[in-house]
Design a protein around this ligand. Structure first.
Ligand code: ZN
Ligand code: ZN
Length: 410
């Protein structure tokens, strides 16, 4: 690996300071692939440098995960260990920072029985329900960041030797997280302000509907009158900001669960549960997904929408200009963290409490009454292109162009 120690340290510092914003005396929960141990260690060092009282690391290994799916007993996938739930919840209670270094391997579970994958998604989703609620209500600071694996790099850059592919993927990740800027922390401050300006503008419009038109797409998404657009940094109850995703280019809100009608087509492959789903079209009636058709990964897509009843509805609608820096790089990352930030997208599954006015303190029932979907899953899929037009329908029925030919029109 030719990425320098100094670069890893810069990245680790950005993750600790801008990502989760570690405070003196706080605990940190880090999960990281052993293949990325050098970055994991750099994050641990930076977290202690920022005053962390303790850093807990869950080391993960794709090879072990694959073996488990191949060889473990069927029942293993149907229940999530209680001790694992307790461990995670204990860190939530302590208001720890959660850092997750993800290293996609789009073909990791190729050929594995989709029932096992579906069962695992279901049981892990239920086992981590409390953790998910805490993150989706901004009660703890959390950040998902990426690092290359050989398998991932080879998928993104198939035409070069794997070492070179890994280097290129590091550089692409560093570009996407603005690490090449002289002062990345300051660069993120400016980017944050730009996204917050769009959020303010959209929140001022109070649209009641969004209308999407593109080849293969004709979709109307209703918005609750209390919907809130958000983007870039989030805030914990104590007012401290953090970035849940590094990079992030999106502004997003929550669709009214039962007010989505029409059809939408994917524009990038979706890496889900260790498999690729590609060339798919989803049809909605009164918010419910009534049909899915995929050129690749049909069975996996069907598993996804059958995870629970909430997996039949949307939980997020996000706007990203076709000219975003990640999109301009023209790299298909096969990883949602990057591909969703290069494209308008929607998410199947649960909606975020903070996307409704006062939602952070609402019960799940109250959120439901405001049209927020609930599910154990939340999976973003990409629908943006240079051909996409989006209109906002105002309360008085007037039509405001939001996107024209893939880019902002407001
Ligand atoms: Zn999103
Ligand atoms: Zn999402």
């Amino acid at each position: 690996m030719s990425v320098s120690e100094q670069q890893l340290q810069r990245y680790a510092k950005l993750i600790v300071q801008v990502g989760v914003n570690v405070q003196s005396g706080q605990e940190v929960f880090l999960s990281c692939q052993i293949e990325n141990a050098p970055l994991g260690r750099a994050i641990v060092a930076e977290a202690y440098a920022a005053g962390a009282s303790n850093v807990h690391v869950d080391w993960l290994d794709d090879a072990v995960t694959r073996l488990r799916y191949e060889r473990a007993a069927d029942d293993v996938f149907k229940s999530f260990p209680a001790w694992e739930t307790a461990k995670r919840n204990a860190f939530v209670e302590k208001e720890a920072c959660f850092i997750s270094v993800v290293s996609s391997n789009p073909d990791l579970l190729k050929g594995i029985d989709p029932t096992r994958i579906g069962n695992n998604q279901k049981s892990a989703g239920a086992g981590l329900a409390e953790f998910r609620r805490a993150t989706q209500a901004d009660q703890v600071s959390w950040s998902v960041v990426a690092a290359p694996s050989q398998a991932w790099a080879a998928k993104v850059f198939p035409d070069v030797p794997v070492d070179e592919a890994v280097d290129r993927l590091w550089q692409a990740i560093f570009d996407a997280v603005r690490l090449q800027a002289e002062d990345p922390v300051e660069a993120w401050g400016r980017h944050n302000d730009a996204l917050h300006a769009k959020v303010k503008l959209l929140n001022g419009k109070r649209f009641k509907q969004l209308r999407y038109r593109a080849p293969g797409t004709d979709l109307t998404i209703g918005l609750n009158e209390k919907h809130v657009w958000v983007g870039a940094s989030s805030e914990r109850p104590n007012g401290l900001p953090f970035l849940a995703n590094l990079p992030t280019e999106e502004v997003f809100t929550v669709p009214q669960k039962d007010a989505v009608d029409g059809y939408v087509s994917s524009t990038k492959p979706l890496s889900y549960g260790g498999n690729l789903i590609d060339g798919f079209k989803i049809t909605f009636e009164k918010g419910r997904i009534v049909r899915v058709e995929a050129r690749q990964g049909q069975e996996i897509l069907e598993q996804l929408v059958q995870v629970d009843e909430g997996a039949r509805y949307l939980g997020e609608v996000a706007l990203v200009p076709h000219e975003s820096p990640i999109s301009r790089s023209n790299i298909l990352f096969y990883h949602t963290l990057f591909d969703e930030n290069a494209s308008n997208h929607l998410a199947i599954g649960s909606g975020y409490a903070f996307n409704i006015e006062g939602g952070k303190t609402m019960s799940r029932e109250e959120l439901g009454a405001h049209g927020v979907n609930e599910s154990v899953t939340h999976v973003d899929f990409m629908i943006g292109s240079a051909d996409m037009d989006i209109d906002g329908i105002a309360q008085d029925g007037s039509v405001v162009p939001i996107f024209r030919q893939g880019n902002w029109a407001v």
